[in-house]
Ligand binder design. Structure first.
Ligand SMILES: NC(=O)c1ccc[n+]([C@@H]2O[C@H](COP(=O)([O-])OP(=O)(O)OC[C@H]3O[C@@H](n4cnc5c(N)ncnc54)[C@H](OP(=O)(O)O)[C@@H]3O)[C@@H](O)[C@H]2O)c1
Length: 364
């Protein structure tokens, strides 16, 4: 049987390894993608250092950007229909066949988008840019709709559309320079929400205002809680960080009765570092002392609208309604070296307002 290399986590906090895994053919409704580029996400760190929801040896990676090399037999219902040679990108993580840190991923077509035809996404550089989008875009859309309960209508109604109760909806995006946060801010603007507050390091404030935040606060300021409170009654919060001390504690002092708070899981009780193992929790209620009447939800991006990746994501990119985040290319001689380097950079907290993007397939 044909095999191909895949990057796996084996022991908690250990070095990543490469395994040869079977190269499978796609079934009906699936395609096999040659993974050319991927982007590292904090989940890699949660999974390698904390072995969060891991059965070792486990292939890592949830972002695929590459080329369709094989199409499963037609069942007449698959959407979208893809062909060999199509350039695609998408977010997938459910099975080892779907995972991204391997030369070939086999996944259903509804988890993939065709690369938009605009020149900005042409060639290898276009795929690199697109690798920054799927995980945080899907997370942001899902969180706004499912966990905050705010509608994102599709297709978008006529220009000038204002969502119901927009005047009474004030959304705080904590950690808005994170990849997820950047898409939350962009999508809220696209949907017509104007009362958006954000926290981030000062270096990102101007870009976040351009993206749609009305006011941006430095989350490290000692009086950040008082400043956010003074800006107006926050009705909804997205915590894009999930840090027990760094985000959940201050948010619990901001959220008042009636507010809805969505926290991207896991709750990080202690960060991964070079000297200590990370500690995670899943119970967002217990993560802070919440005021009575605050609805707190832990976000798990486990559901999709069928149209989210094949239709909505590429359309919004094509129209320029959302922009990829900045990226930093991680170089290295081998697949393993690039994967390990990116993981180490995240552990050292070298990621600020950008995605770490690296090549999976070694050559064309
Ligand atoms: N449950 C789910 O379905 C799901 C899905 C996706 C992501 N997540 C989780 O969500 C979290 C964020 O993911 P991501 O990929 O968006 O992260 P990311 O882009 O890697 O986040 C890096 C950013 O975090 C910011 N940051 C760090 N500590 C902060 C704090 N205390 N307050 C405010 N900002 C802070 C930094 O801001 P500055 O540079 O401005 O300092 C940096 O720009 C991760 O824990 C991830 O695992 C969960």
């Amino acid at each position: 049987m044909a095999t191909h290399p895949a990057v796996v986590t084996v022991t908690p906090r250990g070095k990543l390894e490469v395994l040869e895994v079977p190269t499978l053919s796609p079934k009906a409704g699936e395609v096999r993608v040659r993974v050319e580029w991927t982007a590292s996400t904090p989940l890699d760190l949660h999974q390698n250092d904390g072995h969060l929801l891991v059965t070792p040896p486990q292939i890592l990676g949830d972002t695929v950007a590459g080329t369709v090399v094989e199409v499963g037999p037609s069942d007449g219902t698959s959407s979208p229909s893809l062909s060999v040679g199509d350039r695609v990108f998408g977010f997938a993580w459910r099975t080892k066949e779907e995972k991204a840190y391997q030369l070939y991923a086999v996944l259903p077509t509804y988890l993939l988008a065709r690369v938009p035809s605009t020149s900005e996404f042409a060639g290898d550089e276009g795929l690199q840019r697109l690798a920054t989008v799927p995980d945080p875009f899907v997370t942001a859309w899902h969180t706004i709709v499912t966990d905050l309960g705010l509608p994102l209508p599709w297709p978008k109604p006529q220009p000038g559309y204002v969502p119901p109760n927009a005047d009474d909806t004030c959304i705080l995006v904590w950690g808005a320079s994170s990849s997820a946060g950047q898409f939350v801010v962009q999508l809220l603007k696209w949907a017509g929400y104007t009362r958006v507050l954000a926290t981030a390091s000062p270096a990102h404030h101007a870009a976040l205002r351009d993206a749609g935040a009305r006011e941006v606060f430095d989350y490290r300021a000692p009086d950040v809680v008082e400043r956010v409170r003074a800006a107006g009654g926050v009705s909804h919060v997205v915590d894009c960080i999930g840090s027990a001390r760094g985000s959940i504690a201050p948010i619990s002092r901001i959220a008042k009765r009636g507010a809805v708070v969505a926290i991207l899981l896991p709750v990080v009780v202690r960060d991964a570092s070079e000297t200590e193992a990370p500690e995670y929790a899943m119970d967002v209620q217990q993560a802070a002392q919440w005021e009575d009447g605050v609805a707190v939800r832990g976000v798990r991006t486990h559901h999709y609208l069928d149209k989210l990746q094949p239709e909505i994501m590429p359309t919004l990119l094509q129209e320029g309604a959302i922009r990829p985040t900045k990226l930093k290319l991680v170089e290295g001689k081998t697949l393993l070296e690039r994967a390990q380097k990116a993981l180490d950079m995240m552990r050292r907290k070298e990621v600020s307002g950008e995605r770490l993007v690296w090549r999976v397939a070694d050559s064309h």
